[in-house]
Design a binder for this molecule. Structure first.
Ligand code: SF4
Length: 320
């Protein structure tokens, strides 16, 4: 049973025709997520009264600080946007992730053009949209991506793993017993090992709680460590070590040909010729065949609903 993550999404990604030109963008990944997550759709530019359609805004450096600026009216909307974001996050409750419109001066989580001034000839650098900046400050542990990067199969997979892991932890924290935390650590063992072995061991020490800290403090320490683990991407060698560890649980039941096939598949994964999910599927099949409860309970083998796996890819490879 999967939790239902809470995701703040740019409303123009299939919820509302609210873009500056009155259009909406249909995104197949957002569409597929609709039945699996709780979406909170928001159009920050419409919310601060810019209207639809509207003259475009941009991020521009004014007196060495980034501002939300509308060239057509020469108006600055920075304070309005920050005020709106503050009110919005006060009311929207816990958030596990953000799925935002790429390159938007308000929503873009990265790769947004930030002009070096307000003149027509101003050069530019890359930065973040203003609403996305407020969101990152308000929810630093939530996973944040834009729909453009999620065209990459690998990045989409990682986004989902992180989103569902954070949602599971939020669910576990709300139950709040030591037993629940121990069970979380045990079922996430392979996943956390693959992401960061050192921090996984630290999570183990936090869960053991030799210092007899109060439960709330243990959860806070564990959550902080989990957040650090989830902000980075797993390195391919660590993932391969973890997959070999899992393979150790089933290899003796396999024929020599099956063992060779698995090891060759690992090499294909290393060379980015097959995705991680292909190997996880293979391992899960073996775990079912040999009835290995240790493996079957590992979140790594089914980190998110299989209905969310789509094979489309931007072709940009691992890392997007
Ligand atoms: S990118 Fe953000 S601000 Fe722009 S239309 Fe979409 S939701 Fe509104």
């Amino acid at each position: 049973m999967y939790p239902k993550p809470v995701v703040v999404v740019s409303a123009c990604l299939g919820f509302e025709a609210c873009r500056y030109n009155g259009q909406m963008i249909e995104d197949s990944f957002v569409r597929s997520l609709k039945e699996h997550v709780t979406f909170i759709a928001v159009c920050p530019e419409k919310a601060i009264g810019l209207g639809v359609p509207r003259k475009p805004v941009r991020m521009a450096m004014i007196e060495k600080k980034p501002h939300l600026y509308q060239p057509a009216t020469q108006e600055v909307f920075t304070e309005k946007m920050i005020g709106f974001a503050k009110d919005f996050f006060e009311t929207c409750g816990p958030v596990d992730g953000f799925l935002l419109k790429n390159r938007s001066p308000s929503c873009g989580p990265g790769d947004v053009k930030v002009y070096d001034g307000t003149s027509k000839s101003a050069g530019s650098r890359r930065g973040r949209g203003l609403f996305a900046e407020c969101a990152a400050l308000e929810h630093p542990s939530a996973v944040m991506e834009d729909e453009g990067r999620l065209k990459s199969f690998e990045l989409r997979e990682q986004f989902l793993v992180r989103l569902y892991t954070l949602a599971r932890f939020r669910q576990t924290s709300s139950q709040g017993s030591m037993r629940d935390l121990v069970s979380f650590q045990s079922t996430h063992k392979l996943l956390l090992l693959a992401w960061n072995q050192t921090r996984f061991r630290k999570c183990g020490r936090i869960t053991a709680n030799h210092e007899k800290k109060p439960l709330a403090e243990v959860y806070a320490d564990y959550g902080a460590e989990l957040q650090k683990i989830m902000t980075a991407r797993p390195r391919t060698p660590s993932m391969i070590n973890t997959l070999m560890h899992a393979f150790g649980w089933i290899s003796e039941g396999l024929s020599p040909e099956e063992r060779v096939f698995f090891l060759e598949s690992l090499e294909e994964y290393r060379d980015e010729r097959i995705p991680l999910s292909a190997l996880l599927r293979l391992l899960k099949g073996y775990a079912v065949r040999f009835q290995k409860p240790y493996l079957l309970e590992q979140v790594l083998l089914s980190p998110f609903p299989s209905g969310l796996v789509t094979v489309s890819d931007s072709g940009k490879g691992r890392g997007g």
